[in-house]
Each structure stands twice: as structure tokens, then as C-alpha cells.
Design a protein around this ligand. Sequence first.
Ligand code: SAM
Length: 275
Amino acid sequence: MELWYTEKQTETFGITAKIRETLVTEKTDFQDLAIIDTMEFGRMLVLDGMVMTTVKDEFVYHEMVAHPALFTHPNPERVLVVGGGDGGVIREIMKHPKVKKAVLVDIDGKVIEYSKQFLPEIAGELENPRVEVIVNDGYMHIHDHKNEYDVIMVDSTEPVGPAVELFSRGFYQGIYEALREDGIFVAQTDNPWFKADLIQSVNRDVKEIFPIVRVYCANIPTYPSGLWTFTMGSKTHDPLAVDPNAIPDIPTRYYTPELHRAAFALPRFVADLVK
Ligand code: SAM
């Protein structure tokens, strides 16, 4: 018998993956969690029916959340990740020797636990001595830590369930206050095909709070539409002012010094959303 996992990306469109094995399914205190082994993309973390990360394509998203901000900030010593319980962004942050401490705050300890158990190639750096893992609501953490971080990365689920507040103006204001005077923040801001309104509202809110706001894209085949956006808010440093020749070579499979700039060149229909 064939077994397939289907994610409904909209009410009328989705993707489907043939499954080799279901490794774990659990209703945690915050969301429905599953880790399944798919023929095409390998092991896959699914939360509330949405693909979070897969072993085959996770490097794109995790590299593109982490490296543009960390190569824009001249001295990113203290970094915060809100969400990110699968550990992929933390793994990429650890490639930066300037980072003295990376704090991960995920609301659901089960995501961390099962990612360590079933996704070691993604979660492998969560035990790094430079990493502190906190199980808490990122919204609370932000408001309790003022003027503390050089870079903040929001690697949250879609604006549903516990993540709704992570796309609010109040949260972005809290991020601004949790950042040091030359801080930078970046958030995953979904796709322009099915979530144009979200991209526009986040961009409007962030522009009211940060002097420099840039949007960039990456191709993530298992995410809705495959075209993903990231929104960066910065107090002083502009990612487009970074000389690609000055970016050191680190082990990556998607991000490159040339892509650091190219990613910010938006397709016209996306640029029109964030004018
Ligand atoms: N890369 C994925 C994406 O773009 O959708 C996100 C992956 S990561 C596993 C998402 C994490 O956000 C989950 O582990 C979830 O528990 C966490 N999360 C959701 N709401 C949160 C909140 N309010 N505070 C902290 N973490 C939260």
C-alpha cells in the first residue's frame, strides 16, 4: 500500500510526498508534531500540517536566515533565534567565529527533543557550548531582554497558533528594543504567491520601526509556492553596503558572497509588494 503526506498550502492547492516511514506523531502542548521519512526529501518535520524542514532542502532556508545578517553586522557577538527548534539556524550561526553566544528560544521543547533524536544533521549544534537553549514564548523573551542582542532571527512557524504574535507590530517594536544600538533583525516572511498581504503588512510595520528595511528571496521547494521571502530590519548597517569580496568563505551549499547581494534583487511582482 502506498502512503502519501499532503500539505494543503491553500484551501485549493497543495503538495504531496510519498512516505517511506512515519517516525513520530504527537500532539504537544502547542501543536501537532510529526516527523516522517519521505522518498524525495528524506526526513521531514511537520507542525500543524505544515512542512517545517526536510533533510534534503533545509540548507537553503537555514543558510539564508543566518548568513545575510551575520555578514552584514560587523561584530555579531550575541545572537538570538526565536523559534528554530529544529536547530538548523543555530548550526549555521556556529559557522561564525565572531558569535560568542547564540540563544535559542522555542516555545515547544518537544520540537527540540524530537529534532535532536530524528534530525541530527540539522539539530547537531544545539549542544554547542556557545549555544543556550530556552523553552519559552519568544514574545515574552524579547520583552524581558532590552538592548541585549546584536542580531535577532525569527525562525517561527506561520502566523497561526503560538506564532500569531510573532508577526505583530508589537513584536517588531520589542525586537527593536531588544537589539543593541546597531542591531539587525531578520524574519522569515512567507511567500508572495499565497501570502502577499502578510508580506505587505510586515513590511509596513517594520518600516515604521527600523530605518533600513530590505527584503530578499530564496528558492525552497517544499515551502508553499517554492519562492520564500525574508525581511531584514537594521538600525545602522545596510546589507547592500557589504562588499562581497570582504565576505569570508564558509562552508555553505546555497549562500555565496555573490548571492548575498543578488538575493535582494526582487522579481518585479515582489518588489511591487514592498514599495
Ligand atoms: N523554517 C520553518 C518555517 O519557516 O516555517 C520554521 C521552523 S521552526 C521548527 C518553527 C518553530 O517556531 C517551532 O519549533 C515552534 O515551536 C516555534 N514557535 C512558534 N511560536 C513560537 C513562539 N511564540 N515563541 C517561540 N517559538 C515559537
